[in-house]
Design a protein. Structure first.
Ligand code: AIR
Ligand code: ASP
Length: 258
């Protein structure tokens, strides 16, 4: 089928059910993730990502539907991806399709999550016994193995290269890009009066280079109100706090006003 025809099919809004079974049979589901569905794209080099309303935490141990979450995460992530692209970061985003979907470059995902921390919180605070909100003398970069089965265990650089998950040069390129992304995100969120506490990134290999993949949203970042310290991210869900999506809405509203 011609690309233009496929695009016009994609541009007609599909119901959730149509999306799952495929718009005109075009969208073959390749992978059903916890919060996103990955479908075949318009050609061999692209994919379509659908953001779902499902919220999960603790490796899927806590699960809930939060109507509107998919659209909020898609909007926040797309806004951030456009900002990063404008500032020289290579990303997988090709085209926003609708409120909950985007066309992206197909990449071979590096099976490592890169976690960047500006302030102690979450797993870091628990593991090393430092109160949440403690200042760090330098930015922390950590890696986790992307494996739901193993619960995404922390992994170090020599373990990553030993297992052949990434080569040394690739790993240092991922660290450099992550630190550059951290600088850019800190600048953006500061303007939105939000403190970027920590976040998780994923990279993929495409046309012999590393590109930023997956989402950047309140699901993947810790975001605190700069004045009050109020949590505006998925920790509200993880910790059974109220107003989970109010936090996400607030993040989107503030980013739009930057
Ligand atoms: N993260 C890690 N795995 C999945 C996600 N979303 C993100 C968290 C947090 C950061 O990585 O959302 O922003 C560090 O997580 P933790 O649990 O190691 O403190
Ligand atoms: N998204 C992961 C999960 O579903 C980890 C987390 O964000 O807590 O368990």
């Amino acid at each position: 089928m011609k690309k233009s025809l496929i695009f016009s099919a994609l541009n007609t809004r599909a119901t959730d059910n149509e999306k799952r079974t495929g718009v005109n049979g075009l969208e073959k589901i390749l992978y059903e993730g916890k919060s996103k569905t990955i479908c075949q794209g318009i050609d061999e080099k692209s994919l379509i990502i659908h953001y779902k309303d499902d919220a999960t935490a603790f490796n899927g141990g806590k699960k809930e539907k939060l109507p509107g979450k998919g659209a909020l995460n898609a909007a926040i992530s797309h806004l951030i991806y456009k900002y990063l692209a404008e500032n020289g970061i290579k990303t997988h985003l090709l085209k926003v399709i609708d409120d909950t979907s985007a066309l992206v470059k197909k990449a071979e995902i590096v099976m490592i999550e890169v976690i960047v921390r500006n302030v102690a919180a979450g797993g870091f605070s628990e593991k090393y016994g430092v109160p949440e909100g403690s200042a760090l003398k330098n930015t922390v970069v950590e890696f986790c193995l992307k494996s739901d089965k193993l619960g995404d265990p922390m992994i170090n650089e020599s373990q990553i290269t030993a297992l052949g998950l990434a080569a040394e040069a690739e790993l240092s390129a991922m660290v450099q890009q992550s630190l550059k992304i951290n600088q850019l995100l800190c600048r953006l969120f500061t303007q939105a009066k939000i403190r970027l506490i920590d976040f998780k990134l994923e990279f993929g290999r495409c046309d012999n280079q590393l590109i930023l993949c997956d989402e950047i949203s309140p699901d993947s970042c810790r975001l605190w109100d700069a004045d009050t310290g109020k949590k505006l991210d998925k920790d509200r869900f993880r910790r059974d706090m109220d107003g989970v999506l109010d936090g996400y809405r607030d993040v989107l509203r503030r980013l739009k006003n930057v």
